[in-house]
Design a protein around this ligand. Structure first.
Ligand SMILES: Nc1nc2c(c(=O)[nH]1)N[C@H]1C(S)=C(S)[C@@H](COP(=O)(O)O)O[C@H]1N2
Ligand SMILES: [Mo]
Length: 179
């Protein structure tokens, strides 16, 4: 149901490249013109644009490697803690190369501490990470997670607008309350 008889898996590039239900493969000398692949689909403006800009189709280019990204998988957003310490963990990945460093913050990015980061089990595999946070006093906190790749490129606090809303790799942020 999800790709038989044959599915491409193109790690590191957008999901749209991992085409399903293949019955034949053509090598073509032109850009994909199949259903859902034309126009501005899976494309970004080739230069930064102001929010709401009408970008002509000729100024779009196809998205290739995905930017560095991470997720906090534990704890869930909104967790109420009964003690001032927390084990945090998650995954990180990047379209090309690998994730080199993982940082977490509990003070809105004022300070960052390095988390322990595993090597990928194989090229393109998600990398597991884990860290420990001690909270200075009871109250409301957010945990922010930031991955940095082996070229020194990090997840940003915020991304520039683009017409289709692609490539949003800003920090995953979760809230916790400490009693
Ligand atoms: N034949 C075919 N393959 C396709 C698509 C499609 O519309 N048709 N959508 C693509 C897109 S945009 C994505 S994100 C992934 C989703 O795959 P998943 O169901 O394994 O998450 O399939 C890709 N492969
Ligand atoms: Mo997609």
């Amino acid at each position: 149901m999800n790709g038989a008889p044959l599915r491409l898996v193109v790690p590191g590039w957008p999901g749209s490249c991992s085409q399903k239900w293949l019955t034949r493969i053509w090598l073509r000398d032109q850009v994909h013109d199949g259903a859902k692949m034309t126009g501005t689909s899976y494309r970004m403006p080739r230069f930064p644009v102001a929010p709401g800009t009408e970008v002509p189709e000729s100024d779009f280019e196809i998205i290739e490697a995905m930017p560095v990204k991470s997720l906090i998988t534990h704890p869930v957003d909104g967790m109420a803690l009964s003690r001032p310490a927390l084990d945090v963990r998650g995954h990180a990945w990047v379209g090309e190369g690998k994730v080199a460093q993982m940082h977490i913050s509990h003070d809105f990015g004022a300070t960052w501490q390095e988390a322990e980061l595993d090597e990928p089990a194989n090229p393109f595999a998600w990398q597991q990470w884990r860290g420990h946070i001690s909270f200075p006093e009871p109250g409301y906190y957010e945990i922010w997670a930031k991955a940095t790749d082996d070229r020194g490129i990090s997840q940003p606090f915020s991304i520039g607008w683009n017409p289709k809303g692609y490539l949003n790799n800003f920090y995953h942020r979760i809230a916790v309350t400490v009693a």
